[in-house]
Design a protein around this ligand. Structure first.
Ligand SMILES: Nc1nc2c(ncn2[C@@H]2O[C@H](COP(=O)(O)OP(=O)(O)OP(=O)(O)O)[C@@H](O)[C@H]2O)c(=O)[nH]1
Ligand SMILES: [Mg+2]
Length: 301
């Protein structure tokens, strides 16, 4: 496995792997009850028991057909993981379904927001919840089955030697199943553009199957994130690289959703294009300034 910041090979020796499951400390927290915050109409339902260290955040909008299966698969693959469903008032009843599943399973938590406000803001709200409840590892995962929970143990294993692990469709061993050609082309082009504009080596910066250490998230300045759609993923990866975090990619098989509808739209593509272009220009200008500065000070002397 290669670290994308230093370019160094990351060691995963048996000796270093031994010990704790997933290399994660088990944090215990006190119980808490239904919390209602007036802030943006967010309601967090109760948690009934102490938890272990992994929280999988699952943002949902109209995923009633797929959510239950995703949670069942998650808990079969990683029984100790907790899940936080962040639902944006889905008209199809996803939020109510999530509440029901949470009643049945103490590992499932639900955050309700009153309206659809984008993937990025859903994750930022989830990250904040994870921080307040002291989870050690935070995972991003879609509800539509595209991100296979069976691959999560590999991501968690890789996190033993990284700050951020990106599930990657575009490194050797990674793949995409059943995607329409135009979707794959769009995704590959977006990644190529991000790589060139930002000068990063990440092959799949737009993917949304990831694992962070809690400490890594603290370095990402989450309160300043304005990205709403899927460029949020590029934003986070870019921030991680600039913060000098150890970012690694592990191959995943991304499977096109079989049920429900995609929320991908032209506005999301436009936002990504504009923001990545702006970050790229700012980055190149900063590089240029850094190169010119020694010349300018030499001339002054
Ligand atoms: N809370 C919340 N979740 C969202 C929002 N938009 C998308 N999601 C969820 O984010 C995840 C990814 O969205 P998808 O529509 O599957 O987008 P995608 O995976 O890029 O596109 P497809 O490959 O076409 O499925 C899913 O679990 C969605 O339900 C939103 O505005 N708010
Ligand atoms: Mg999807």
């Amino acid at each position: 496995m290669r670290c994308l910041v230093s370019g160094r090979q990351v060691r995963t020796s048996r000796a270093r792997r031994g010990g704790r499951k997933h290399g994660i400390t088990r944090n215990r927290i006190s119980r808490y009850r239904i919390t209602r915050t007036g802030h943006r109409g967010i309601i967090v339902r109760r948690v009934r028991s102490d938890h272990t260290g992994v929280l999988v955040i699952i943002p949902t909008y109209n995923e009633a057909l797929t959510l239950e299966k995703a949670l069942t698969r998650l808990h079969t693959a990683v029984p100790d993981a907790h899940a936080l469903v962040v639902d944006d008032g889905s008209p199809d009843g996803t939020g109510e379904l999530a509440d029901h599943l949470s009643e049945l399973d103490s590992r499932v938590h639900v955050m309700h927001r009153t309206s659809k406000r984008g993937l990025g803001t859903a994750y930022v709200a989830g990250f904040d919840w994870a921080r307040r409840h002291q989870y050690d590892v935070i995972v991003e995962m879609d509800a539509d089955g595209s991100h296979q929970p069976e691959e999560l143990p590999r991501l968690l294993n890789a996190l033993r030697h990284a700050d951020l692990v990106l599930g990657s469709r575009y490194v050797p061993g990674g793949s995409v199943v059943n995607w329409a050609r135009h979707r794959e082309l769009l995704s590959r082009s977006a990644n190529l553009y991000a790589r060139l504009a930002l000068g990063i080596r990440i092959r799949d910066a737009t993917g949304g199957y990831r694992a962070f250490t809690a400490t890594a998230l603290e370095h990402l300045d989450l309160e300043t994130i304005a990205s709403q759609g899927y460029c949020f993923q590029v934003d986070l990866a870019w921030r991680a690289v600039r913060a000098g975090l150890r970012v690694v990619e592990v191959p995943i098989t991304f499977v096109e959703r079989e049920q429900g509808q995609s929320k991908m739209g032209a506005d999301i593509v436009r936002e990504a294009l504009l923001r990545v272009s702006r970050w790229g220009i700012e980055h190149r200008l900063a590089q240029l300034r850094a190169r010119l500065q020694p010349l300018a000070s030499k001339r002054r002397r």
